[in-house]
Design a protein around this ligand. Structure first.
Ligand code: SF4
Length: 255
């Protein structure tokens, strides 16, 4: 599995996450230091227990961080890394985003870096999924804005006129026998996921929607591919169909 899609650029997010963790450790230590005299007054056992709990918490954080780094850079599946990856995707992202903004980093740059990290986690699974277990999820803005055909409920309605990427993507889904769907928003995307119960989602969207989608569908792995927006957000967007096909070749069993 040596393809390179959205896998570079992880450093920014990983570095900021590590700083977030160090800050969290610093703040909890400071809190403990403030309340420890009071704890000692109540009971020295209570103070000892709280210190032990804090040390175990730090140990988990440090081990988790090491596992996340190893998973991300070696793209290997460390069994116990699942918990660390879950915490990373669900909890650490908002903290890191906040910290990044404090340091003056652009929100979208951070989101893109998060997507790179997430894609490494998916690749680290080193697993090929059956086509019937995979769902390609697309945003509605890929459809040409002048096209009146309703493709939201059935992409097969597309007449393949070639004016937008939908035509190519439809052909890719037929070639690899993978279910493909278009979502007009988060609610419909959730409904599609619930109905199809995929084991892997290959999602195309802007950075903001990809990040929220990846977090929402977790623990289902979601491989994110950024769309391109030559006319600005949410209108006549496009996507590299090569990237979509490469992701399929890497993550799906060929039929
Ligand atoms: S390729 Fe399909 S969806 Fe796109 S404009 Fe043509 S008919 Fe409409």
């Amino acid at each position: 599995m040596d393809f390179e899609i959205n896998t570079k650029g992880k450093d920014l997010f990983l570095a900021l996450s590590t700083v977030s963790l160090i800050l969290m450790m610093f703040i909890t230590t400071l809190l403990w230091w403030f309340i420890s005299p009071r704890l000692h007054e109540i009971s020295s056992i209570l103070a000892d227990i709280s210190l032990t709990v804090l040390r175990i918490f730090y140990l988990i954080l440090i081990l988790g961080t090491i596992l996340v780094y190893l998973t991300c850079y070696l793209e290997r599946n460390f069994l116990i890394a699942h918990f660390a990856v879950a915490a990373f995707i669900k909890v650490l992202f908002p903290v890191t985003l906040m910290l990044g903004r404090l340091f003056g980093f652009n929100k979208d740059r951070l989101r893109i870096s998060f997507i790179h990290v997430n894609n490494s986690f998916v690749k680290a699974l080193r697993k090929k999924f059956k086509p019937e277990d995979v769902l390609i999820l697309l945003p509605h803005c890929l459809q040409n804005s002048e096209c009146n055909i309703r493709i939201t409920f059935n992409i097969n309605n597309c007449k393949e006129c070639g004016k937008c990427s939908i035509c190519q993507l439809k052909k890719i889904s037929e070639k690899y026998k993978i279910h493909i769907a278009i979502a007009t928003g988060g609610t419909l995307a959730r409904k599609i996921i619930v109905e199809n119960k995929p084991k892997l989602v290959i999602a195309v969207a802007c950075q903001r929607d990809l990040v929220s989608g990846i977090q929402e569908v977790f623990p289902i792995p979601a491989f994110g591919i950024l769309n391109e927006r030559p006319f600005g957000p949410c209108i006549n967007t496009t996507v590299s169909t090569d990237l979509v096909e490469k992701a399929i070749k890497c993550l799906v069993v060929s039929t």
